[in-house]
Design a protein around this ligand. Structure first.
Ligand SMILES: *[C@@H]1O[C@H](CO)[C@@H](O)[C@H](O)[C@H]1NC(C)=O
Ligand SMILES: *[C@@H]1O[C@H](CO)[C@@H](O)[C@H](O)[C@H]1NC(C)=O
Ligand SMILES: *[C@@H]1O[C@H](CO)[C@@H](O)[C@H](O)[C@H]1NC(C)=O
Ligand SMILES: *[C@@H]1O[C@H](CO)[C@@H](O)[C@H](O)[C@H]1NC(C)=O
Ligand SMILES: *[C@@H]1O[C@H](CO)[C@@H](O)[C@H](O)[C@H]1NC(C)=O
Ligand SMILES: *[C@@H]1O[C@H](CO)[C@@H](O)[C@H](O)[C@H]1NC(C)=O
Ligand SMILES: *[C@@H]1O[C@H](CO)[C@@H](O)[C@H](O)[C@H]1NC(C)=O
Ligand SMILES: [Cu+2]
Length: 877
């Protein structure tokens, strides 16, 4: 009963914490909201955000330890949730986190001095009925517990009308053991074909085999799986590069282990009814044995031995000797920078979200955050062909692991933790979020004229986190620019999921080289990258929600197309006697809910407009949504009506979606448990669009996809590289302001280009009739700049024709070594204590069971970490 022991411990500790937090809550609630964050106010002190306070309490703040403990205690006293335990004594209480407040109550609080929204918790509880297991969602609140606190089924935000999914397996450990026993029972086969066997008794056996799985069918508690043997990849985590080409099918007609049977075995393109038939074939003379994938130096991500003179010199790095210019209220997770401000918070499934993004104190986006990350593969063999992952199922928030200072983010970045509660325990991933300013290598603006050259720096603010889900690492950036643009950028790295390449093993070709000549037209799903390894083409489609409020909530999306035109102009005669071939714009509002794709040849602009608001020039204020940096446009799913996905991810079929916002009943495009019931998901995005509601002058939400068609080549071995695996979407002000607002905040220089002589004449003449308009303006600039200067050395240079705007470095600075080469000796101590990096493994009593997992050796020590103590009571999905 490990879970009870752990739970008991955490609760007794919690009682103490609980009373402390109650005091904190009381004192916090008396302070009330303070509004109007100062705009453009200077941050002169070295640590400007020490005393910086958010204008209001963050209503999206995740439950803290005390609140979670209060919920546990309340549940113990008022419900029978804890009466049953899951399989093997695990706690039935799975997830517990904040149920985010409804937009209406938050807006009332932030904008209209209303009360702070009630706090509610959402729970996932494992409930078993006979042999069937369900994951059931509840809401508990208001918090802190009082006589008004109640527990309700959480249904209002699921358009299925349900608050539960059926878990196809009630005891994942039984399934893990069974899968390993299948491997052991066939050890004669695996030793012969693969040169190794599964080792149930020593999960750390570096020579043992592990098994990977993908569901071939999940329906009403019934499941069919394909298992494939893999090399353990203990060397450098390259397990997904080590498929062994031997597969076995599992039938699980119910959650009850007595009903489970093995199905066919698959090897070298041939399906065998059972392992006996395979053994028989192996004994026959013509049986072809295939080359196996062996681990080796080729899966190492780095070469410690190689060197070049360039590698032996450290690279240029960014420094920040005077500290940050943004201001951060760590207690409220609120940040302000150069006119922007926003709150942020995390969730276990969907990682980081930003809220109430404002510019100059006007809201432009109510919520911006990840919804779901789909990777969908294709291939000729049973594993790759139906392989897909909906990664929030594994918890992209839980898997925001500790960033490595100085490398994941610049040396001067600041870090924040990600904490979450599961199964009666709080986990903290230290340094899971970083924020920093960075100055681009390219300027934001420049111009050279006969008189002068002007250039200004492009300095931007980045909020970054990385979710490592098994073999893959997703880096997600929210980037803020001086002109009021906001970018969401996704980069992928880590190990690809490779496919087994069937190549006959002969006495000569077993060793490498030689490789036989191949017909490249066979490359239908990927490319060969190792003797027995093929890459596997796949689409990454990663969905985000952007709840825009452009000058209020009455918004319309306008598609402004850029079209060729033939027209006559009366002034064109007689030189152009007929039609002039030219182009023009055509503006078409989006009238009803719909999906949109990025236009061919960038032939359209998508504008989210405030039809009732115009700028100084009478033009409708808007933000433009455009596909940003990276390899072309972000991709949508190539596969039409995917056999594997069912109804679980319909948002993947278009690049972006324009929906009427129903913030409380449709808070997101997906649910992290959709993967468990793909045919009848808790949240079905298609239903949100199907009613084609009117979207003119309404509160709108835009869902957009990042990602790409990933067809890995030999350059993805050992790891996919982030510079080319990037994609992004940018929201750019478009007639939103009266002019470019970066002008007032950026830093740079104007250099006089006129010959020295002329300079002297002007200087002697002063500001007078001899000066033309441009020169006069420049003189004003220069004198105001002089006034702004402080150092005595500056004064003597006042006629050098160089006018700086914004601050610059005027004296040598001291840069600590840590800013250049971060001290990582604390990394182990400060690492995340949450879920370990490693594989997409589900070890819960129910979980999704085998929804894409590796059976056998788990990477307990993923990324060089040790797991904390006994976590027998910890729960996964
Ligand atoms: C659960 O436990 C509580 C207290 O231990 C008890 O009052 C209640 O009857 C139990 N419920 C069930 C369904 O066993
Ligand atoms: C949000 O609004 C819905 C009704 O629209 C309500 O059922 C639900 O309780 C609200 N959620 C919270 C957290 O208050
Ligand atoms: C809850 O308790 C308060 C006093 O603590 C009391 O005034 C109120 O009537 C109670 N409400 C209910 C619904 O019992
Ligand atoms: C294996 O499959 C063959 C062919 O379908 C069948 O005749 C045989 O009984 C099976 N053996 C076992 C042990 O299931
Ligand atoms: C910022 O807001 C103030 C007050 O609403 C307004 O007067 C000013 O023009 C705004 N500045 C910009 C750059 O939008
Ligand atoms: C927009 O402006 C029109 C005309 O001024 C007015 O009738 C309408 O109520 C306004 N709509 C909104 C949502 O403000
Ligand atoms: C995909 O499914 C939709 C809805 O069922 C259907 O209208 C469409 O024809 C299907 N497309 C293909 C290519 O199967
Ligand atoms: Cu990929």
């Amino acid at each position: 009963m490990a879970s009870w022991r752990l739970l008991g411990l955490s609760i007794s500790a919690a009682v103490i914490l609980c009373s402390l937090a109650y005091l904190l809550l009381l004192s916090a609630s008396t302070s009330g909201p303070i509004r109007q964050p100062p705009f453009y106010s200077s941050a002169s002190s070295k640590h400007p955000h020490r005393h910086f306070q958010a204008p209001a309490e963050n209503p999206w703040t995740e439950l803290d330890e005390a609140e979670a403990s209060q919920v546990y205690i309340w549940l113990h006293e008022n419900t029978n949730i804890f009466n049953s335990t899951g399989a093997r004594g695990s706690s039935p209480l799975n997830l517990i986190e904040l149920l985010r407040p409804n937009k209406s109550s938050v807006v009332d609080y932030l904008d209209h001095n209303g009360p702070i929204p009630d706090r509610w918790a959402r729970l996932s509880v494992v409930e078993t009925k006979d042999d069937d297991a369900f994951i059931v969602e509840y809401m508990v609140g208001p918090l802190p517990p009082s006589n008004e606190t109640q527990i309700l089924p959480l249904t209002y935000c699921h358009n299925s009308g349900r608050n539960y999914v059926q878990s196809p397996i009630s005891d994942v450990f039984a399934l893990l053991e069974w899968a390993l026993s299948i491997g052991e029972d066939a050890s004669d086969v695996t030793l012969d074909l693969l040169g190794a066997k599964t080792n149930r008794h020593d999960p750390d056996d570096p020579n043992g085999l592990v098994m990977g799985s993908r569901p071939a069918l999940i329906d009403s508690g019934r499941m069919v799986h394909w298992l494939e043997f893999f090399g353990p990849g203990m060397k450098s985590d390259g397990r997904s590069l080590l498929p062994q080409g031997l597969y076995v099918k599992l039938n699980l007609p119910s959650a009850s282990p007595e009903t489970w049977t093995t199905g066919e075995w698959f090897y070298n393109g041939i399906l065998y009814d059972n392992v006996t038939m395979l053994r028989g074939a192996m004994a026959s003379p013509g049986f072809e044995r295939l080359t196996v994938n062996e681990d080796g130096a080729w899966t190492d991500t780095e070469d410690f031995t190689a060197s070049t003179p360039e590698r032996d010199m450290p690279p240029p790095v960014s420094i920040q000797p005077y500290g940050p210019r943004y201001r951060l209220d760590r207690s409220e997770n609120y940040l302000s920078w150069m006119g922007f401000s926003f709150y942020f918070s995390t969730s276990q499934a969907t990682a980081l979200s930003l809220f109430d993004i404002r510019y100059n104190n006007s809201r432009i986006i109510y919520q911006l955050g990840l919804q779901e990350a789909l990777a969908h593969y294709a291939g000729v063999e049973p594993m790759q062909s139906g392989l897909h992952f909906l990664d929030t199922f594994f918890g992209m928030g839980k898997m925001m692991f500790s960033l490595v200072p100085g490398l994941d983010c610049p040396g001067h970045a600041e870090y924040m933790d990600m904490s979450y509660h599961r199964g009666g325990k709080m986990y903290t991933n230290r340094n899971a979020i970083c924020v920093f300013e960075y100055t681009s290598d390219a300027p934001l603006q420049r111009h050279t004229s006969a008189f002068s050259a002007t250039v200004s720096r492009n300095t931007y603010l980045v909020v970054r986190s990385v979710s490592t889900v098994g073999n893959y690492d997703y880096t997600i950036d929210y980037i803020f620019y001086l002109d009021g643009s906001v970018e969401v950028k996704l980069r992928a790295s880590g190990y690809i999921f490779g496919a087994f390449h069937a190549e006959p093993r002969s006495s000569t070709s077993f060793s490498f080289p030689p490789l036989p000549q191949r017909d490249s037209s066979a490359n239908e799903y990927g490319y060969r990258v190792h003797p027995a390894l093929h890459t596997s083409m796949h689409d990454h489609v990663v969905n985000f929600r952007a709840d825009f409020d452009i000058c209020g909530t009455a918004n319309t999306v306008v598609r402004t197309s850029i079209e060729p035109l033939q027209r006559t102009y009366h002034w064109d005669r007689p030189e152009v006697p007929g039609l002039r071939n030219t182009m023009h714009m055509v503006h078409r509002p989006v009238t009803h809910e719909t999906g949109l794709d990025w236009p061919k040849n960038s032939g359209e602009m998508y504008l989210i407009t405030a039809p009732n608001d115009t700028n100084k020039w009478g033009e409708t204020r808007a933000y433009r949504i455009l596909p940003g940096t990276g390899m072309g446009n972000p991709a949508r799913l190539t596969i039409v009506n995917s056999t594997a996905l069912g109804a679980s991810a319909p948002w993947s079929s278009s690049d972006l979606w324009i929906l009427r916002n129903h913030p409380s009943t449709e808070p997101g495009s997906a649910h992290h448990l959709n993967a468990l019931e793909p045919l009848s998901p808790l949240v079905d995005f298609a239903k949100m669009v199907a009613d084609r509601e009117v979207v003119e002058k309404e509160d709108l939400v835009v869902y957009f996809n990042l990602g790409g068609h990933h067809v890995p080549s030999s350059q993805d071995i050992p790891n996919t590289l982030m510079h080319t695996s990037a994609s992004s979407v940018v929201f750019m002000p478009f007639n939103y302001f009266d002019e470019d607002v970066s002008k007032a905040v950026r830093q740079g220089v104007r250099v006089d280009r006129r010959p020295k002589k002329e300079n002297i004449v002007v200087a002697a003449g002063g500001v007078g009739a001899e000066l033309d308009g441009e020169a006069a303006k420049e003189e004003v600039r220069r004198s105001s700049n002089r006034a702004a200067r402080s150092g005595p050395t500056e004064k003597s240079k006042e006629d050098d024709g160089v006018s700086w705007f914004g601050a610059r470095y005027t004296t040598p600075v001291l840069v600590s070594e840590a800013m250049l080469s971060p001290d990582l000796s604390h990394y182990m101590k400060e690492r995340d204590d949450g879920e370990q990096g490693g594989w997409k493994t589900v070890r819960n009593n129910v979980g999704g069971g085998l929804y894409g997992l590796f059976v056998g050796k788990e990477r307990e020590g993923g990324r060089g970490h040790q797991r904390d103590g006994d976590d027998g009571g910890r729960l996964d999905w």
